[in-house]
Design a protein around this ligand. Structure first.
Ligand code: ADP
Length: 320
């Protein structure tokens, strides 16, 4: 059995890395993709994980496979495309350090994943199945993702979902909205930002927006709205809500905070092994405190995968 199996995009991010002596812009190669970041956080805490995705049969794809192996994430579900290259993204940082992504997909392997290529055994042998909406921005990976979600759910997996709106917008706002609503229909557990709440509900009022989503998506057992340095707001299926404040840390780079947070929350959910809607308030808030600590620690180091904290660091921060 696996604790968590995740499916989604997996690509190369080229991050700006200054200029050469001749003044040419330099880029640094990094593995990109939220689902793998979440698995890396879980694997660092000792959970058994596997990744399902598609990369090119090229040196970049081989590099991405090696990253999974290094992170102790099972690579049995990684497919190599013969006729598509590994997806790439050039990242730009604005004055405030916000990132924008310019994708290079013609076609990118991660969008080429087909249902027939997915190892069904992974979907049938996992406690949690995690996905996002970037693999739902184009076919055939859109349909493959949805079929995988349905298959995992039919075999008893708890479905965990991160819409990850910003990069999902590359194929247009209408498409992103349709895909995210489809994702929300299937999910038990969802993590969104306040910006995503506004996009989906037309309000950034936490109570009103979260309750609207709980009503529109009755399968949803728990909604987590992450608020950066403000902490995390939660809304349960029965519309009970609460706010769990963040930890104060010395933030260096917020990349990967949400993925570290979600990985740590899934760790708690996997440890407890009971249905999300049977947790009492204290159990839920303790799990969110743990996840908030992981998110905070992820901001104290650069990058995503290298910034994922160990369990001992999390408990040290929690114990002050
Ligand atoms: P995302 O990366 O998805 O935008 P957030 O930035 O909201 O997500 O971060 C996820 C969680 O990480 C937050 O709920 C919070 O607990 C923690 N976190 C993020 N930024 C900070 C920060 N600057 N200080 C302390 N904790 C933070």
């Amino acid at each position: 059995m696996y604790d968590v199996v995740a499916l989604g995009e997996y690509l190369i991010d080229f991050l700006p890395a200054g200029r050469s002596e001749a003044g040419q812009p330099l880029f640094e190669r990094n593995p990109g993709g939220a689902p793998v970041n979440v698995l890396a956080a879980l694997a660092r805490m000792g959970k058994k994980t596997a990744f399902i995705g598609k990369v090119g049969q090229d040196p970049f794809g081989e590099y991405l496979r090696e990253v999974l192996v290094e992170q102790r994430i099972d690579v049995g579900g990684l497919v190599f495309a013969a006729h598509a290259h590994t997806t790439m993204a050039f990242v730009q940082l604005d004055d405030r350090g916000e990132r924008s992504f310019h994708f290079c997909r013609q076609p990118g392997a991660d969008q080429e994943l087909r249902w027939e290529e997915i190892d069904k055994g992974l979907l049938e042998k996992t406690g949690f199945f995690h996905f996002g909406s970037i693999s739902m921005t184009a076919e055939p990976s859109y349909s493959a993702t949805l079929q995988a979600v349905r298959h995992a759910k039919a075999h008893g997996a708890v479905i965990s979902y991160d819409p990850n709106l910003r990069p999902a917008l590359w194929n247009g706002e209408a498409h992103a909205r349709g895909a995210i609503e489809e994702g929300l229909r299937h999910a038990d557990l969802v993590k969104i930002s306040q910006e995503e709440l506004l996009f989906l509900t037309g309000t950034d009022d936490l109570e009103a927006g979260a309750k609207q989503l709980a009503e529109r998506f009755p399968a949803l057992k728990l909604l987590l709205v992450t608020l950066g340095a403000e902490g995390t707001f939660y809304c349960r299926a029965d519309a009970r809500t609460g706010l769990v404040p963040a930890f104060e840390v010395r933030t260096v780079d917020t990349t990967g905070a949400g993925d570290g947070f979600f990985g740590a929350f899934l760790y708690q959910a996997a440890e407890r092994g009971k249905a999300l809607d049977t947790w009492d308030k204290q159990e839920l808030e303790e799990a969110i405190v743990f996840a908030n600590a992981a998110g905070a620690l992820a901001t104290t180091r650069k990058g995503a995968i290298p910034a994922m904290p160990a369990k001992e660091e999390i408990t040290r921060l929690m114990n002050g």
